[in-house]
Design a protein around this ligand. Structure first.
Ligand code: NAP
Length: 250
């Protein structure tokens, strides 16, 4: 554990598993206190909480559906009452759904947009007044490389992630003068529950398309988040950092 983020309070949404877990662990290794958000997987949240605690970091998890305005308002108030300050916000919670445009209903579209895009906005909005009053803050949103490439099996997901990029750049413009940096990360294929292959052959074929010849790991995204969360990136805002093993050079 090193100390670049000692004394910093970091919120990570979707921290129970996958990329969010990797982000929370990398931030904790740099000394940050972790506030994790999850929505339903209590067992995984508790497992990740215990792992972070074992690293010597302070950590607390809250159950909150980021697509529910009532949940976000309640949880952000609880967090600000208990921790009094928030320095880093990572909007990572997200869902996807493998459906073609002609198969998905408007309720499928709405659910993915509500969680991935509106949820990102609502959680950011909940902490922006506090960050503005303190004239500091790092907001890091998790987009996806499909925001750039499109995808032939989940238009709602790609649209939500492209929306996250517009949101990131616009918040960066609004908040730069308040000392708040807003950036996004666009991951490629990262090995989590979200990335499922039909067969080992399918997995192998995918890996062959990646110049670095491996799938990304949650820690790869976590390390990029650490960079965007520390003072090393103070002059970077409104930027999209591509972490994809060379899969897409946007
Ligand atoms: P994952 O393994 O499925 O984990 C999703 C996380 O989001 C879980 O912690 C889940 O909580 C949480 N979550 C889902 N819906 C939520 C809601 N309504 N409110 C609060 N939390 C919610 O996914 P992942 O692969 O780690 O993906 C994390 C982020 O990276 C997503 O935004 C995803 O779009 C993006 N991304 C992933 C990849 C990839 O290759 N994996 C590539 C590009 C972008 P529970 O455990 O409680 O369900």
């Amino acid at each position: 554990m090193t100390n670049e983020l000692k004394g910093k309070i970091a919120i990570v949404t979707g921290a129970s598993r996958g990329i969010g877990r990797g982000i929370a662990i990398e931030l904790a290794k740099k000394g940050a206190t972790i506030i994790g958000i999850f929505t339903q997987n209590t067992d995984m949240a508790e497992k990740t909480r215990a792992e972070i605690e074992a690293l010597g970091a302070k950590v607390k998890f809250y159950q909150c559906d980021v697509s529910s305005q009532a949940d976000v308002e309640k949880t952000s108030n609880l967090i600000l009452n208990e921790f009094e300050t928030v320095d880093i916000l990572v909007n990572n919670a997200g869902v996807h759904q493998h459906l073609r445009s002609w198969e998905l209903g408007i309720e499928d579209w709405q659910k993915v947009i509500d969680i991935n895009l509106t949820g990102t906005f609502m959680v950011a909005k909940a902490f922006i007044p506090h960050m503005r009053s303190k004239k500091m803050g790092k907001i890091i949103n998790i987009s996806s490389c499909v925001a750039y490439t499109g995808t032939d099996h989940e238009v709602h997901y790609a649209a939500s992630k492209a929306g996250v990029i517009g949101l990131t750049k616009s918040l960066a413009l609004e908040l730069a003068g308040d000392g708040i940096n807003v950036n996004a990360i666009a991951p490629g294929y990262i090995e989590t529950d979200m990335v499922v292959f039909d067969s080992e052959e399918d997995r192998g074929r995918t890996i062959e398309t990646i110049p670095k010849l491996r799938l990304g790991q949650p820690s790869d995204i976590g390390k990029a988040v650490v960079f965007l969360a520390t003072s090393d990136s103070d002059y970077i805002t409104g930027e999209i950092l591509h972490v994809n093993g060379g899969l897409l050079m946007a």
